[in-house]
Design a protein around this ligand. Sequence first.
Ligand code: NAI
Length: 379
Amino acid sequence: MRKTIYWIEGDGVGPEIWRAARPVIDAALAEESDMTFDWVELLAGEKARCETGSPLPEETLKILARAEVAMKGPLGTPVGGGMRSLNVTLRQGLDLYACIRPIRYFQGIESPVKHPDRVNMVIFRENTEDVYAGIEYAATTRECRRLIAFLREELGVAKIDDAAAIGLKPMTEAASKRLVRRALRYAVDHKQPSLTLVHKGNIMKFTEGAFRQWGYDVASAEFGEATCAEKKPVPGRIVVKDRIADAMFQEVLVRPENYHVIATPNLNGDYLSDALAAQVGGLGLAPGVNISDSLAFFEATHGTAPSIAGQDKANPGSVILCGALMLEHLGVPKAADRIRTSLEKAIAAKTVTIDLAGQIHDATTVGCAAFGEIVGANL
Ligand code: NAI
C-alpha cells in the first residue's frame, strides 16, 4: 500500500533536519509494514517566496485542505507582508483546532527536576480561540477609545482606565467541546487512567470557567460509560477531573504521575507544553501535531534556529519523533516504538548533537546528518 505524505521543508535548519530524519522514518516503516510513503513536497516559507513570490502559495493551502496527513519543518515569520505568522495562518486557514503534544522523558538527558521519568502526558491545547484570536487594540488609539466608551456607556463597565490597551478572549462552547471530545477519544483509545481539564475559571468565569463546564458536559453526555468523577472513581474508567492552571503548574512538578491526558484552552496549553517539555529536558526533542477533522499536520515544535542553520549542528530529533507520531497515527505503532527505542539508544550511547551534548554528562558531539545515521542504524 502506498500513502501520500505531504511535507514542507521549512526554513533555517529545515533542510538538514529533514535530510537526516526522512530516511529514519522510511526505514522504520519498511521494518514493520508493507506500506510505503510517497513524499510530496509543498512549498511554504522562504523557499516558496523565492520560487513563487508568496511565502504561502494558494496551491499549498488548497492541497492541504484536502489532505489527510502532512508534516512540516519550522517556518520563520516573514518580515512585513502583513502576515502575522505562517504557522498561525496555516492553523486558522485549515481549522487545525487541536495542538497535541506528547511529553515524555528520554533516559540520560539532564533535567532540572529529580524524577523526570514520572512525566508521561499528552497535552491537547485548543488552537483557534482565546487570546490568540488576535483581537487587540493598542492603548489610546481611536478604536480602543471607542471600545472603552462602549464598555462604559452600553455595558456599565466602571473600572476601566482611559489609557488601557484591550485584548479580547473569545471562547465558544463548540470549539471547547470539540477539543475535549478529541482528548477524551484519545484517552479511551489509549486506555489512559485520567483526563484533566486545566482552566483559570476561578477568575475568568465565563470563558475558562465555561470551558471547564463544557468539558464535563461532553464527558457525561458522550463518554458517560467510559468515564467517572474524581470523587467516585470506578475501576477501568477514565477519571475526569479539573485543575486551576496555576495549581496545575505545581502539580506537574510535584505529582506528575497523577496526570495523563490534559485538555486546556489555548494560552494555558502554550505555557504548559513548554514548561513540561523543559521539565523533561527535551525542548529540542518535542514532537507535535495539529489536527482538524480531516487533516493531521505533524510539526517539529522548535523554530528555524537561524544561528546554526546550514552548519550540520541541528538536532533532527523533533522531526524524527514527529515521524513516530505519524506512524502511530497511520496504524503502525511498532514502527513508532522502533524509532523511539533507537533514539533512546543513541542518547544512552551519548553520541548526540551539540544541544543534547550540553545536557548529557561526558557526551560526544556529532553533526545532524551523523546523528540521523546513528538513529537509523539503531533501528
Ligand atoms: P528557535 O526554536 O528557532 O531557537 C531557540 C533556541 O533553540 C536557539 O538557541 C536554537 O539554536 C535552538 N534550537 C532550535 N531548534 C534546534 C534544533 N533542531 N537543534 C538544535 N538547536 C535548536 O526559536 P526562535 O529563535 O524564537 O525562533 C526563530 C524563528 O523560528 C522565528 O522566525 C520564529 O518565528 C520561528 N519559529 C517557528 C516555529 C514553527 O515553525 N513551529 C516555532 C517557533 C519559532
